[in-house]
Design a protein around this ligand. Structure first.
Ligand SMILES: [Zn+2]
Length: 303
């Protein structure tokens, strides 16, 4: 493989990473990610059933694409789906460093299929809303919300980007699963930049409609994020800008849990402080457990 197909900074040690590029005469922005390890980590933490693993894996992967627009330290993005399917919803949080974490409200649901081997994620998610909150530190957060289109996640991201951010995009997300767990995960996103012409749009429409292979197939064949973009765009002048690692990472801490406890209000905290066994808290994102003795809860109450 020539260096042409390795973006500056892409790890070669098998880690998950995200690649950014421009192509088609600078008329599109393109991203691709391999997220196999981080979806495996999500499965390990949450013990999700197969269709929930696929849903959450796609959601975490898509969150990485949206969060790529975050620039500053401390910026973060929270994505929520609340829906009426058995999964009930999902939450994902991503930052500007390629870290993502998330969970399903109901991690174990019955797995159904569109056809043999093709998990029916839409049925597990159901109807509902996707909300995106971009938090830029001190500035007002940006909030966008759309109805889910299909619950298949990639289509929902596409609709969100068009309706809420006025950015026409192609989004493909996939999680491969077999009886041993996650075999691969990743996706790609191509966005029209201002100044795109009809020619570019119809070219991309042909690529999408032309039976382009599923991203899980390409990943399982060992294609890197760079190769997937190259293959989808078919542009020998594609310009790879950057490759950087992405990972499942939680930033919870005892201090953060203390702040959460204090935020529930004096009345509720007083009630909790009456339990002689203290209280046990668990982080939704990583299952880390935090125990507070009765004395410690009372201590927080007096602060
Ligand atoms: Zn945590």
């Amino acid at each position: 493989m020539s260096d042409f197909y390795v973006a500056p900074g892409s790890p070669v040690d098998g880690s998950d990473y995200l690649v950014t590029a421009t192509a088609l005469d600078g008329k599109v922005r393109a991203l691709a990610v391999r997220s196999t390890n981080l979806v495996k980590e999500a499965l390990r933490i949450h013990k999700t059933s197969p269709v929930a693993t696929a849903a959450l894996g796609r959601f975490l992967t898509g969150a990485l694409f949206l969060a790529d627009t975050l620039k500053s330290d401390g910026d973060s993005m929270t994505l929520n789906i609340r829906s009426d399917g058995p999964l009930q919803g999902m939450t994902a949080v991503a930052d500007s460093h390629g870290n993502v974490r998330g969970y399903c409200l109901e991690p174990v649901v019955e797995t159904t299929y569109h056809r043999p081997g093709k998990l029916n994620v839409g049925a597990a998610v159901g109807n509902g809303k996707l909300t995106v909150v971009k938090d830029f530190g001190l500035k007002e957060p940006y909030v966008g919300q759309v109805e889910l289109v299909s619950g298949e996640i990639a289509e929902d991201f596409t609709y969100y980007l068009a309706a809420s951010e006025q950015t026409p995009s192609i989004v493909s997300l996939g999680v491969g699963i077999d009886e041993n767990g996650v075999t691969c995960a990743g996706g790609f996103m191509v966005q029209l930049l201002p100044g795109s012409d009809e020619e570019t749009i119809s070219y991309l429409e042909k690529r999408v409609g032309g039976g382009f292979p599923e991203v899980t197939f390409l990943l399982s064949e060992g294609l890197t994020p760079e190769k997937i973009l190259d293959m989808f765009l078919g542009d020998e002048h594609i310009c790879f800008l950057e490759g950087r690692k992405v990972a499942y990472a939680c930033n919870c801490s005892r201090e953060r849990m203390e702040r959460n406890l204090m935020a529930i209000g004096k009345k509720d905290l007083t009630e909790l402080s009456e339990d002689p066994n203290g209280i046990d808290l668990e982080c939704h994102f990583c299952d880390q457990k935090y125990h507070f003795t009765q004395e410690q809860v009372k201590g927080l109450l007096s602060e």
